[in-house]
Design a protein around this ligand. Sequence first.
Ligand code: PGA
Length: 254
Amino acid sequence: MQINRIPFIAGNWKMNMTHLEAIKFVQDLSFEFENKNNCEVCLCPPFTALRSVKNIIDTDKLDFKLGAQNMHWEKSGAFTGEISPEMLSALEVDYVIIGHSERRQYFAETNQTVNKKLKVCFDYNLKPILCVGESLNIRQEGNAIKFVLKQVEECLETIEENKVIEITIAYEPIWAIGTGKTATSQDANEMCGEIRNKIASLYNYQISQTIRIQYGGSVKPSNISELMSMPEIDGALVGGASINVKDFLAIINY
Ligand code: PGA
């Protein structure tokens, strides 16, 4: 059975833009925004700009979803510097990126902490974008698929069927992030297909065909069409090119 998955493009702004710059950016973006492919489009600014971006989305009735880039798994408590799911939910955030490779690399996140974060999302109506992906070493050793599927399995541990369908998985090979090197669309498609098969074996076929899988890593206007033409790739998680109005618009209208 072929289930129609809605294309999903998310912009991960990373640690860029003050809230004032964010307001200007979203205004500029909305001014020229057209959505030829009827994609779901999500903007993921830093925490400090969430409220401002949400206000523009609501006031101007813009067709953008709002996403955060991370969160803690506890509702509240003595976790200096952290942001809770409750706080994101109160800001009416739709999506939250969980386990981005930069969080794993620089802030010691593991599949186990990712799993805790995923589990709490559902209590707060937050839809997770779960990031997985291998390093260059792992790919060169020929272990990329094994490594990524283990990440998927450990991150999803004990997450139930009715919850897992809320998750978008973003396959982001670390060696392609911010480097200008993109995985070939065939390699990206192969990995997304492997992830989908893994979901089928952990859950069932129907769920594997429903869940959306994005590719991320140096997505730009020049490579988005080819990536989106691949049958297993349902969208993109875009870093660098998502903070440039023209580039992001070109990506949305691939
Ligand atoms: P990039 O980042 O598009 O700048 O490579 C992607 C990401 O980190 O999500």
